[in-house]
Write a new protein. Sequence first.
Length: 385
Amino acid sequence: MLSILGRRNPEEIGERLRAARSKAGLTQEQVSQELQIARTTLLAIEKGQRRVRPDEFRRLADLYRVSVNTLLRHAAVHVDLVPRFRALAGTDESSKIEAAQLLNNLAAAEVELEQRLGQPLKTNYPPEYTIQSGDIRLQAEDVAMETRHRFGIGQSPVVDVLTLLELEVGMRVFVRPLKSSISGLFIYDDRLGACMLLNEKHPRTRRALTALHEFGHFISVRTAPDVVDLTVSPQSREDRFANLFAVSFMMPAAVVRRKFHEMRQDSGRFSPRHLILLSHYFNVSIEAMCRRLEGIDLLPGGTWDSLKDRGGFPGETVRRELGDRAKEREEAIPPRLWLLAAEAFRRELFDEGQIAQMLSMGRVEVRGMLDDLEVGGNDDLQSAS
């Protein structure tokens, strides 16, 4: 494998080594000390001004904890998004950098699978919106409704936000366990497109609003990376727009008002049970629904805080009201990426171990995924009918 080094573009190899070093969190000085080579030599290798020798290449790969095969794969996508996240104010915590690195690896893996299979992701990005002066709430409401109509949703409830963003917009959406304080990350890259990573530990309803927050961020400030940190209140006008856009998209004001008045007219009042049913209708948490009603003046301000002080809504109450409808299936990898990985395995482009490494998963979990997709996976339903 290392024999091909002499035939590869030294600038391409140098860039791959630089990206691998950055992903490993190592500086040039640390690498030069660890491997006892001059920093100027390492700099020349990374710039492609000097060809790396096979023994150096192997030692660098070992130090960066990446396989030689991965570094030399022709279709491998080598990008480094982490520095752009580091540049964000207050984004130097290790948990955020680890999340940014995971997003980097998953997006690069998906693009590599697409290239090998000849199945590029089709994008349908909405036009970028410039936030104007004036009432930002009204702007968010207007853009949310325009976006709904663009997707043909109209005033209907949104059942699956993540699939909508993946299939209708062409965003790369990943769901993996993150630190509890991190709800999601977003970045746009010329090679990868729009990418987001959501916290698998959070409830589905929170993930949906976080995804739409990041989508709102993409619509308004596309080129700037974003981290949704639950410990930090939104400060910028762009963050406030993204929050308001997410709420307006999931719970359009006109529909919320109509449903609210229908429920109150039927029973003469709007009860906690109605709040539970309304939150289920819009596929949001009870808290999000209550705060939305407060925000459009259908419930007095502070209603949710008052309910919370009195004990809120125990899980058993919600289960009793909604029954099996409250159950949900969690998926760590979106369906499209599962299918790409399974097809690449079927064509013997990658083995289980390589797929597990690409998706940052265990081999047992990957084996289970491949087994699940094997049943009837190659049938042509159109020809069978």
